[in-house]
Design a protein around this ligand. Structure first.
Ligand SMILES: [Zn+2]
Ligand SMILES: [Zn+2]
Length: 380
């Protein structure tokens, strides 16, 4: 028959987790073996601890409310009715051999824990990636509570040594198991292993030692970053529980696509289209670069697909000197529409260059290729 855990802790069946905890803490202070070593009190202490173990665990409590007592059933049947993943005996052995947190450590643990890291994504233009940028960032983060300076207690008060464990953060418990009576050290349920209790928690942070706030920081992003670069700002993350040291803040760079340049490493690539005649005769062309307009020489006889490098006009190298290149890829445009006069000139040119008009499926004759094409189109 299952024990009446609610009765043992003197709480109602609908007690909250907080009420369960408080009820146990109150009784544990009275009944703790360090305070009352007589066997009867020790037996009661074990009972209320068992009740607390079940009722403080939402899953075990749900099972208990359904009429299944985790402790009674495992002792009787030897097999857990809960299937794998819940076995009080395993829990016991875990604690005994130190697999569960707390049992293996000695002494109270610090309330102050290191804060978490945080990551912020920053979108930058290509030129900002190349030359660096400064940004003011607004971050929602946790800072040390100004009221209690991280201690977690109301002004004028301090954490008090835990009555249950005497400041050790753990309690010894005698438990019967199949290997006989074992003495186990386990995390003190009165203080959660801290060795101290916050009798009057700070009203501003509710004992957490930190408060959430919004703050602005100015960050300098170095030249040469690219899409996906992470910049670590040590100590700019959120403050930890108990006013513990802050974590780090990471900036993740997102580079906005550029309408002209495609970046490959620290080189930039772009395409310019030049007229056929300019490609043949050569020309000077003004192109965009990161540093503003730049003149490039198109040499006579430039072919479509040719690349013209502008050395040192690319993106700055990160953590180093120098820059990548700007590579201009040339596309030569063949005229799509020509008038009669232009055709005449081109045909003369072809004749001068000894280039025959390509053979067509029209009858050979004195007429040129273009005229034949046009005649065919007009239905002549
Ligand atoms: Zn506070
Ligand atoms: Zn304690």
């Amino acid at each position: 028959m299952a024990a009446d855990y609610y009765g043992l802790l003197k709480i109602r069946r609908d007690a909250t987790q907080d009420e369960v905890k408080r009820a146990y803490r109150r009784l544990a202070r009275e009944l703790h073996p360090d305070v009352n070593p007589d066997p009867e009190t020790q037996e009661r202490f074990k009972e209320i601890t068992q009740a607390y173990e079940v009722l403080s665990d939402p899953e075990k409590r749900r099972m208990y409310d359904m009429g299944v007592d985790p402790f009674a059933s495992s002792a009787a049947a030897g097999a857990s009715p809960f299937g794998q993943g819940f076995n009080p005996l395993n829990d016991l052995l875990d604690q005994f051999f130190g697999a569960a947190g707390g049992a293996a450590t000695r002494g109270p643990r610090s309330r102050a824990q290191r804060g978490r890291n945080a990551t912020i994504r920053i979108e930058l233009e290509l030129s900002e990636c190349s030359f660096g940028a400064t940004r003011e960032l607004t971050v929602d983060t946790a800072v040390v509570c100004p009221t209690c300076s991280g201690e977690g207690t109301a002004p004028g008060t301090h954490p008090q040594t835990c009555d249950i464990c005497g400041g050790r953060g753990e309690v010894s418990q005698v438990t019967r198991s199949f290997i006989g009576q074992v003495m186990m050290a386990r995390v003190c349920p009165g203080c959660g292993g801290f060795g101290t209790v916050l009798v009057r928690p700070c009203p501003e942070c509710d004992g957490d030692g930190r408060v959430r706030t919004r703050r602005t920081i100015k960050v300098r992003i170095p030249a040469g970053v690219e899409d996906g670069t992470h910049i670590q700002l040590a100590g700019e993350g959120e403050v930890g529980p108990g006013g513990g040291p802050p974590g780090d803040l990471f900036l993740e760079i997102v580079q906005r696509p550029h309408e002209i340049f495609e970046r490959q490493g620290d080189d930039l690539h772009c395409t310019v289209t030049i007229p056929m005649v300019a490609a043949a005769l050569g020309a000077t062309l003004s192109v965009e670069s990161l540093d503003g307009p730049a003149d490039i020489d198109i040499r006579p006889g430039t072919q479509s697909g040719q690349a013209i490098p502008l050395y040192g006009q690319g993106v700055k190298h990160l953590n180093g000197n120098g820059r990548g290149d700007l590579v201009i890829h040339v596309t030569v445009e063949t005229p799509a529409k020509i008038d009669v006069e232009q055709e005449k000139l081109l045909r003369e040119l072809a004749k001068l260059r000894g280039e025959e008009a390509p053979p067509g499926r029209f009858a050979p004759g004195q007429q040129g290729f273009f005229s034949r094409l046009r005649d065919a189109f007009n239905g002549r």
